[in-house]
Design a protein around this ligand. Sequence first.
Ligand SMILES: *[C@@H]1O[C@H](CO)[C@@H](O)[C@H](O)[C@H]1NC(C)=O
Length: 259
Amino acid sequence: MGSDDTAKHKRSGTGRPILIALVFAGAVGLSYFGSAAVLNRGDSSSETPDDGTAAAVGGRKAALKATAKAAKVGGKDMSPVQKIMETRVCGRPAVDGYAHVVPSCLEESPTNKWWQENKPQPDDLDIHIERHADYDGLAVGWGIGNTKGSIEECAEACRQHKPKGPSDGPFGNLPCNAFAWCAFDNCFEPDAHKHGKGDCWLKFTEGPASPEVNMRGRLSLAAQKRHPQAPKEVQWHAGVLLPHGVTLTNGSWSPRHDW
Ligand SMILES: *[C@@H]1O[C@H](CO)[C@@H](O)[C@H](O)[C@H]1NC(C)=O
């Protein structure tokens, strides 16, 4: 079913929205300097499958593996929810420009299962905001023209978001747990779209406690070389929603970091 869906997007052209949507989101504030143990684990689990289709097939196995791995990290005793919120079993969506993202894999992911089983109300989720950053994710709410007055309003829109189902596109069953808000008149993004002030993207990401970071702080020197016109400071603010007690780590770089 997943690959049919993917084929459908491509044909219908919804591939492009997906593409764009994915990229922003973000929030890390306090735990910017996550421990090396957390980093290592993030890196290895995000390497699992580079291909979404393989990910869908091996999803359950990968989930088990990721959990086992997480349990061992540095002998650190993480709560089960923290582990779930750092687990990624469907690969890295931006690795091939979102061409092989498999919605059914995301729906089966530990992150979404937690949402489905716990049905968190808005107040059950903490908002974590990181300014001058952009996190990757799949758009559950289109950002262009969906303007909000502040990053806080954008975050609240994410908390209030209710999945509308498949009629709302390939990610219509997924909750919002990440967001990005354009804080400047035009926000640079290495894609084909224009991003205007106030645009608020609502996204779903696996492992929101260890987000895939597209941009953070200042553009890397490599990115400045590739995009000489881009402002050096990241113009987005981003964030994630996490259950109470879960810590945001600094995450890992998204493939989009190198676009
Ligand atoms: C996370 O923090 C470390 C420094 O502790 C840094 O080297 C690494 O690049 C960071 N990762 C991201 C995605 O910012």
